[in-house]
Design a protein around this ligand. Structure first.
Ligand code: PGA
Length: 245
C-alpha cells in the first residue's frame, strides 16, 4: 500500500518532500540517500539547500547514490546528471563529494560500470531512503516499460517517449543520448524507505495507473505497491484522476 500525501501545489510538494528527507538525515546523520534528477526534485533540493544554509541540516556524514546517468555524456556536459546534482544540490550543502555516487556515463564498458555500481550500493549497506520521480510512461530511474523487471544496475535504451520528454533540455532532439545506466528495480525495491514525488496534470494519468492499474513491468512504478514503506507526495493536479472511474 502506497501512502499518499496530497499537497496544494509544486512548492508545497517540494517542502513536504524536503521535510521527509530532512527527518531522515536528522534521525540518522550517516544515512544513505538514493537521489533522483529531473525537474520534479529541483524545488525539494532548493529547500534542503536553504535549511542547510540556515544550519538546520547537516549533510557532512550523508552518503548518496543517484539512480541513473546518460551513457556517453562526459561528467561536465551541462545535461549530465553528475552536473545536475552538482548544480542543484551538492555545490550548496556541506556534503563530502567523495560520499556522492552516480553511475559513470563516460565509461563505455557497460558491464563493468553496472557491476561496479551494484557492488557499491551493496558495500554501502543498501539505501535508507530512495527519492523517485516518475516518467510520463511510468519509468522510475531509467527503468523503461519492459517485459520483465530488471534487478540490478544495467544499461537501457531510452524509450522514444523519454527522449521526447527530455529533448526540452537539449538544443536538438538528436543530441539526447539514446542509452543510459540505471539502478535496477531490485535495487530500488531494496531501499528501506521510498519517497516518490509528482506534480502537474501531465502526471495524473500515470499516477492513476501506478496506484490503480495492474502491477506490471509495462508500468515500472507499479511495483512500488509491493514495497512495505512507500510514500507518494503529489500535488492536487497529479492526483486529479485518482478517484475518477
Ligand atoms: P521529471 O522527470 O521530474 O522531469 O518530470 C521524471 C522522471 O523522468 O523520472
Amino acid at each position: 500500500m502506497i501512502k499518499i500525501v496530497e499537497t496544494r501545489d509544486y512548492n508545497d510538494m517540494s517542502r513536504k518532500a524536503a521535510n521527509v528527507i530532512s527527518a531522515q538525515v536528522i534521525l540518522k546523520p550517516d544515512s544513505v540517500l538514493g537521489l533522483a534528477t529531473g525537474s520534479t526534485p529541483v524545488g525539494c533540493y532548493q529547500t534542503l539547500v536553504h535549511w542547510c544554509e540556515k544550519g538546520d541540516l547537516d549533510f557532512s556524514k550523508v552518503r548518496t547514490v543517484n539512480l541513473d546517468e546518460y551513457q556517453g555524456l562526459e561528467k561536465w556536459h551541462d545535461q549530465s546528471y553528475y552536473y545536475f546534482m552538482r548544480e542543484n544540490l551538492f555545490k550548496y550543502v556541506n556534503i563530502n563529494l567523495d560520499n556522492t555516487n552516480i553511475p559513470d556515463g563516460s565509461n563505455p564498458d557497460a558491464e563493468a560500470e553496472c557491476a561496479r555500481y551494484h557492488e557499491l550500493i551493496e558495500s554501502m549497506g543498501g539505501i535508507d531512503l530512495q527519492l523517485l520521480g516518475i516518467g510520463n510512461n511510468g519509468h522510475i530511474g531509467f527503468n523503461e516499460p519492459a517485459d520483465v523487471f530488471a534487478d540490478k544496475t544495467h544499461k537501457v535504451e531510452l524509450a522514444e517517449s523519454t527522449i521526447d520528454a527530455n529533448a526540452r533540455f537539449f538544443k536538438d532532439r538528436d543530441e539526447v543520448p539514446r542509452f543510459a545506466y540505471t539502478m535496477g528495480i531490485g535495487e530500488i525495491m531494496s531501499a528501506k524507505k521510498i519517497l516518490i514525488i509528482a506534480s502537474g496534470k501531465a502526471k495524473a494519468p500515470i499516477i492513476r495507473e501506478m496506484i490503480k492499474g495492474p502491477v506490471t513491468p509495462k508500468v515500472p512504478a507499479s511495483i512500488l505497491r509491493f514495497h512495505p514503506d512507500v510514500t507518494l507526495i503529489a500535488d492536487v493536479d497529479a492526483l486529479s484522476l485518482l478517484n475518477k472511474e
